[in-house]
Design a protein around this ligand. Structure first.
Ligand code: GDP
Length: 535
């Protein structure tokens, strides 16, 4: 393949995540983007309709039951010559680690804001991660079919709460709760919205025309037309100037108004987004910057999932391609083990439908059948150019439980399940010093992870869990630069619980920072780390 052809493939790719607070409309918007991309033909209008049709990105049963997204799904489709990869991020705060890793794999993000609620807690957290990465962030103000805050107030809120200036790409026409359409600032045209009576199940065309056209002025009403003209003038005069450079650095967010449920403004958003969002970017590595145009293949693993589809009992690892061309069956160098691995069954996704793919390019996400080789953050590269991408950060666990199988006969499945789910990065696994292997200590960042663990062990491994919450909130990895620390060499070890992590590194669990203070004061030769010290 020539450099020119590779370049062409890279430039038409857009890989992004949608971030939002639960219920802002992420699932609905994802589904509508697929609808406009022709990847599905009838949108389910998720959760709003009695038909119980679930959004195509809702994979796991637990998601349906609880109405939250547990795992990040990956969807690919084409639109107007673009190849789009959407990575769905869980909206729930308990899944910050998973979400964080997903955001490492994207080139831009779409932030959905509920017009009535404005910037919410989870939006803030996710936004912060995107900001740290310096990726472009696009804003979609959703649910414009309802009453909400005024567009001006929302712009101010984004600026004040998130600290980013917003540039409205379009502007709602009409009065709050009864918007008739949007004014497209780039094209200087009015786009009136029409409803076909199916609540957005189908793609619908909007009526488009010039803002000066008297027909439109009449359609939207004299007062609304006048108000619109005033708003436009105000935005042009007093608003932020559009600056692509700032957008690309995540310093200015293009802001769109619409309603995912009724398809209002969705197509316009998609087209403008594709035009402005960046193609796959270069990444840092142990060997300097890796350019996507580099003809040598490289990728990293950002997600591992066991039993993704109950119909195929298997484990899939997802890689994000960073450079070069991927071809099915190619052998790559696995940096962590130093081995060559043949990538034989690469898969891509449209929800439950998996397809074996023959080739893929930077920006693409490929699922690899994984017999347990891959770890989170692993680098895959070409033998001719060995390096590794930076490790993912590890988050300190804050909640702990002792778990064991209710039925001792199921011990084998229990150990298998716990081990696999730990490898996925869903929970952190510890073993109490001196204890047998019938029980383990599990550490998580949030309590919902325990429920997910319990549910998945039962459903995927047939194991009922006995779970006892432990009175600890702080974990510290310990090192003194000499010998391995043991319960007898640590003063005050009985003030907490002495455990080992899966790499057999010593860790102390204590109830709070105060208890930790006593331990650190009395063990001055030991260093204490909130995450494994080699991270
Ligand atoms: P998620 O939790 O962010 O994935 O949100 P969902 O897409 O599941 O949407 C949450 C709820 O808001 C559902 O009941 C949707 O039908 C509803 N919803 C989504 N978009 C819109 C919209 O544009 N207008 C209105 N009125 N409701 C919407």
């Amino acid at each position: 393949m020539s450099a020119e052809e590779l370049n062409k493939e890279i430039n038409r790719r857009r890989t992004f995540a949608i971030i939002s607070h639960p219920d802002a409309g992420k699932t609905t918007l994802t589904e509508k983007l697929l609808l406009y991309g022709g990847a599905i033909h009838l949108a389910g209008s998720v959760k709003s309709r009695k038909t119980q049709r679930h959004a195509v990105s809702d994979w796991m049963e637990i998601e349906k039951q609880r109405g939250i997204s547990v795992t990040s799904s990956v969807l690919q489709f084409d639109y107007n010559g673009y190849r789009i990869n959407i990575l769905d991020t869980p909206g729930h705060q308990d899944f910050s680690e998973d979400t964080y890793r997903t955001l490492m794999a994207v080139d831009s993000a779409v932030m959905i804001i509920d017009v009535a609620k404005g910037v919410e807690a989870q939006t803030k957290k996710l936004f912060k991660v995107c900001r740290q990465r310096g990726i472009p962030i696009f804003t979609f103000v959703n649910k414009l079919d309802r009453f909400g805050k005024s567009p001006i107030d929302l712009m101010e809120e984004i600026e004040q709460v998130l600290g980013i200036r917003a540039y409205p790409m379009n502007w709602p026409i009409g009065i709050d709760g009864n918007y008739q359409g949007v004014y497209n600032r780039q094209k200087n045209q009015v786009e009136l919205f029409s409803e076909d009576g199916t609540h957005g199940q189908n793609v619908i065309a909007s009526e488009v025309g010039s803002v000066e056209d008297p027909v439109f002025a009449e359609r939207i009403g004299k007062e609304n037309h006048q108000a619109l003209c005033e708003d436009i003038e105000l935005l042009d005069m007093a608003g932020e100037q559009f600056d692509d450079e700032k957008v690309q650095h995540g310093e200015l967010t293009p802001m769109f108004f619409g309603s995912a449920m009724t398809n209002f403004g969705v197509q316009n958003f998609l087209e403008e987004y594709l035009r402005l969002a960046p193609p796959p970017a270069a990444r840092e590595s142990s060997d300097g910057i890796i350019d996507p145009q580099d003809e040598k293949f490289s990728a990293f693993i950002f997600k591992i999932q066991a039993n993704m589809n109950p119909a195929h009992r298997d484990r899939l690892s997802f890689m994000r391609i960073c450079s070069g061309k991927f071809t099915r069956g190619m052998s790559v160098y696995h940096d962590r083990t130093g081995k060559m691995i043949k990538l034989a069954q690469p898969q891509q996704f449209l929800a439950q439908d998996r397809t074996i793919i023959d080739e893929a390019y930077p920006g693409d996400i490929v699922g690899l059948f994984d017999p347990g080789i891959f770890g989170m953050g692993d680098t895959l590269c070409s033998q001719g150019h060995k390096f590794h991408f930076p490790d993912f950060p590890v988050f300190p666990p804050e909640q702990f439980a002792r778990v064991q199988a209710k039925d001792t006969m199921k011990r084998k499945q229990f150990v298998k399940g716990i081990t696999e789910l730990t490898q996925e990065g869903a929970v952190q696994l510890f073993q109490q010093a001196g204890a047998g292997t019938e029980s383990y200590i599990i550490g998580t960042v949030g309590s919902l992870q325990f429920e997910v663990l319990e549910y998945r062990l039962k459903n995927e491994y047939g194991v009922d869990l006995l779970m006892q919450m432990q009175p600890y909130e702080v974990a510290r990895w310990m090192e003194n630069g000499k010998e391995k620390i043991t319960p007898s060499s640590l003063r005050g070890a009985d003030r907490g619980m002495f455990v080992y992590d899966i790499k057999e590194r010593p860790v102390l669990l204590v109830s709070n920072e105060w208890a930790l203070g006593w331990i650190t004061d009395n063990n001055p030769d030991i260093k204490f780390y909130p995450v494994p010290p080699d991270k």
